[in-house]
Design a protein around this ligand. Structure first.
Ligand code: SF4
Length: 323
């Protein structure tokens, strides 16, 4: 019998990397690693679509200054461009946001979501390949990794959202979910963060994300007038859909909006209904449609807002009739 050739395929990950969105769960993972509860990360990567809320950038800066730097964990900021600019520029990439669409027959639909993949997943995976030794190609692209090499990519999924845990879809970046192993819920994460001085961590998402809840829009309008104005202007500007798609002769069959009411953002019903003082003692049932959005923000591999749906260009996924 011939002797067996020893396998050269690595059985251990070369790196431990965190997909850092600066929201509750991924921030908790960073702190847990920095505090030695979890193994030390080799790096934490923040995929920046270029239009996050100011509090997200501020939270990221603070995490870097007060947690990552002292622990020797580099935070890498990655970018595939500026989602707001790209959507409005006919010469930029064609990568649709999940915009609500008023179809010609009056029904409501939603465009397929490509932005999470373009602005988050692809840049995180390119960084993973680069660190695993893949060749740097022209125009910022990164080649393939050698067979068998892989890193472990930490994804912030807590026990209350176990159904969001997903594979990366590639063999060189294996998603792992340390919060599940620790049995930590979102509340546990919030408590851990608060104990270490990081209370009120907000969700991370683009300023003009259509998955923003009514409450989120109110917070933007009342707390960040400049970003609110950006979102209002963006909403007006995308009524005919992606500028690049139109330039490519793929017009949108309908009108696009940021809010599911299919009204301009500054006219959308984002406030709770007012109740006359004299009727306050009655338990009134609110029958108007409220938009809850995605409470956890835009997580590259765990977006609860639904997977991208391949549809014909310019066609929206049906969602039912507008309110
Ligand atoms: S936050 Fe919304 S708009 Fe931004 S990348 Fe995620 S899904 Fe797209």
């Amino acid at each position: 019998m011939l002797p067996r050739t020893p396998s050269t395929t690595p059985t251990a990950p070369l790196f431990q990397a965190l997909s850092l969105g600066a929201g509750v769960q991924s921030s908790a993972l960073l702190l847990l690693s920095a505090h030695g509860v979890l193994p030390k990360l080799d790096y934490a990567a923040f995929a920046d679509p270029g239009w996050e809320r100011p509090e997200t950038y501020a939270a990221l800066d603070r995490l870097e200054r007060e947690v990552a730097n002292p622990a020797g964990i580099p935070i890498v900021r990655l970018s595939a461009g500026d989602i707001r600019h790209d959507a409005l520029d006919p010469h930029s990439r064609f990568s649709t946001m999940p915009l609500f669409v008023k179809n010609k027959d009056g029904s409501r639909g939603m465009l397929r979501r490509q932005c999470t993949s373009t602005y988050k997943i692809k840049v995180l995976l390119a960084e993973a390949r680069r660190r695993l030794g893949a060749e740097q190609l022209p125009e910022g692209r990164v080649g393939r990794t050698k067979r068998g090499l892989f890193l472990e990519q930490w994804v912030g999924i807590s026990t209350d959202e176990i159904h969001r845990a997903k594979d990366s879809g590639v063999s060189y970046a294996r998603n792992i979910f340390p919060l599940l192993d620790l049995g930590m819920s979102r509340t546990d994460c919030e408590n851990y963060l608060a104990k270490h001085g990081f209370s009120a961590v907000s969700r991370s998402a683009c300023v003009g994300c259509p998955y923003t809840s009514d409450k989120g829009w109110r917070t933007l309008r009342d707390g960040h007038p400049e970003q609110w104005q950006q979102a209002v202007e963006f909403d007006r500007a995308i009524r005919a859909g992606s500028a690049r798609a139109n330039a490519n002769g793929i017009p949108l069959r309908g009108q696009a909006y940021l809010h599911p009411s299919l009204k301009p953002l500054d006219e959308a019903p984002i406030d709770p209904p007012r109740v006359d003082r004299k009727f306050r003692h009655l338990r009134l049932v609110d029958t108007s449609e409220r938009w809850e959005g995605d409470p956890d923000g835009c997580s590259p591999w765990a977006c609860r807002s639904g997977s991208s749906i391949a549809r014909e260009p310019g066609q929206a996924q049906p969602l039912g009739r507008a309110a």
